[in-house]
Design a protein around this ligand. Structure first.
Ligand SMILES: Nc1nc2c(ncn2[C@@H]2O[C@H](COP(=O)(O)OP(=O)(O)OP(=O)(O)O)[C@@H](O)[C@H]2O)c(=O)[nH]1
Ligand SMILES: [Zn+2]
Length: 206
């Protein structure tokens, strides 16, 4: 318990991060948006909102401040000759679409067929979040995750399948809730060998 942030107790195990300063120009941009939406940014309930919105966007877009490949730098080579698929299934993620800056909420299944080395499995989810915490289109998110693993682990194959719901389609525009968009990227044996592809898709539940 000694290494918990000051003030934390059993009911507050995750300390709030320190608040970053918000430039006045950013806060003013949010006030302009509130006015444009039809409300008064000076009323009591909205006074602190511009700073909150600005910080929230820094958090949604934290991926710009990192290179997701760093998570794949530490590998393990003693795997007892393991040469089968490694799969992380149904990883929940959130992103924002670059067209409307609206939430994309979904899950990703990411698999690779190792060549001599594996990576700590949490790192696969970290790579996903590093690319998801940016303004995205689902197709590019899928490709970026797959390419990063392909390039940095040099496995025999990589398979990424992402299924997500786009708020720009559910909450506005065509307003069609319940629609899931599915994208996939198959590389190496998962692209060239039909049986390997069928096996990984079956493990993923497709
Ligand atoms: N392919 C793809 N399209 C996306 C993604 N996120 C949002 N979109 C779509 O991007 C398109 C933008 O179309 P526009 O016609 O420029 O924008 P819009 O007038 O707001 O379109 P509507 O959403 O149809 O009202 C929409 O069809 C969105 O559904 C994504 O990740 N991939
Ligand atoms: Zn959109």
């Amino acid at each position: 318990m000694a290494d918990l942030a000051e003030g934390a107790d059993d009911g507050d195990l995750i300390a709030a991060p320190a608040k970053i300063p918000v430039p006045e120009s950013v806060a003013e941009a949010v006030r302009t948006l509130i006015r444009w939406a039809g409300d008064d940014p000076e009323r009591e309930g909205l006074v602190d909102t511009p700073a909150r919105v600005a910080r929230a966007w820094k958090e949604y877009c934290a991926g710009y401040g990192e290179d997701p490949a760093v998570h794949l730098a530490r590998v393990f080579e003693e795997v007892g000759g393991y040469d089968e698929i490694v799969l992380l299934n149904d990883i929940p993620f959130q992103s924002h679409c670059e067209h409307h800056m609206a939430p994309i909420i979904g899950k990703a299944s990411i698999a690779y067929l190792p060549r001599d080395k594996v990576v700590g499995i949490s790192k696969i989810a970290r790579v996903l979040h590093g690319f998801a915490r940016r303004l995205q289109v689902q197709e590019r998110l899928t490709a970026e995750v797959a390419d990063c693993i392909w390039e940095h682990l040099q496995p025999h194959g990589v398979a990424v399948v992402i299924e997500a719901s786009h708020s720009c389609m559910t909450a506005r525009g065509v307003r069609t809730p319940g629609v899931g968009m599915v994208t996939s990227r198959m590389m190496g044996v998962f692209r060239s060998d039909e049986r390997s592809r069928a096996e990984v898709l079956k493990l993923m539940g497709y």
